[in-house]
Design a protein around this ligand. Sequence first.
Ligand SMILES: Nc1ncnc2c1ncn2[C@@H]1O[C@H](COP(=O)(O)OP(=O)(O)OP(=O)(O)O)[C@@H](O)[C@H]1O
Length: 253
Amino acid sequence: MKKVLLQGRGLTKVFTQGQTNNKALDEVDVDIFEKDFTIIMGSSGAGKSTLLYALSQMDAVTEGTVSYRGQELTRLKAKQLAKLRAEEFGFVFQQTHLVSNLTLYENVAVAGFLGKKGSSSQIQRRAQTLLTQMGVEKAENRLPSQVSGGEAQRAAIARAMIGEPGLLFADEPTGALNRSHTGEVLDLLTALNQSGQSVLMVTHDLRAAVRGNRILYLEDGKILDELELPAYQAAQDRQREGRISGWLSKLQW
Ligand SMILES: Nc1ncnc2c1ncn2[C@@H]1O[C@H](COP(=O)(O)OP(=O)(O)OP(=O)(O)O)[C@@H](O)[C@H]1O
């Protein structure tokens, strides 16, 4: 029986600009399960990023509740929420947002010190181990401007993992990468998930979606449908892509 990690109920987000109200999320009920690699798909403007920000509470919802391991985040004070987010959530975005005048190693270690999980020598060791695990140890003393887009994104994943998050949120993490760097980053996210890391990822890309075991399809701020898949196996990429694209075409993606 899967355990619910994150739960959203009645999630509604309205953006108001002048006289116009835009309902980006419309009473979404959603459960995200522990150890799953959950994917959010949907056409442009469907509300995918808004849902990710609502579930991670990076952005407040207009209505609804979000609970993480049974604790209601939408009731927490700003300081308590910031602490929980720092301790339990990791984030990866399309742009890496690495600090430009720090090396890759420093970017990862500094995030660890800010998260305050463990002693300083434990954090330094963990930063080193993660950079090695992400295959960027040779570039760890270079600045973000001195590495490839793929290396920078792999360091950004190491930074997201330094606090040992309960849930890793990824918003189009391969959106700015070429084909081979996309494959490398997806392999890393898959390996993390296979070692027990829960991942929630927004993507447009079928090659990224095949990595998930559960895909949610969003349209006009509502979850229209979802698809369950067996755990990812590299040899089944084509078969999974076919299954997902068949499902998406029925949804008129
Ligand atoms: N800060 C904002 N202010 C006003 N409207 C916003 C804001 N952020 C998002 N929206 C609107 O909310 C809706 C959902 O946006 P969102 O970015 O969540 O979509 P998406 O599915 O992630 O799209 P894409 O795939 O293009 O990134 C869109 O109509 C968008 O224009």
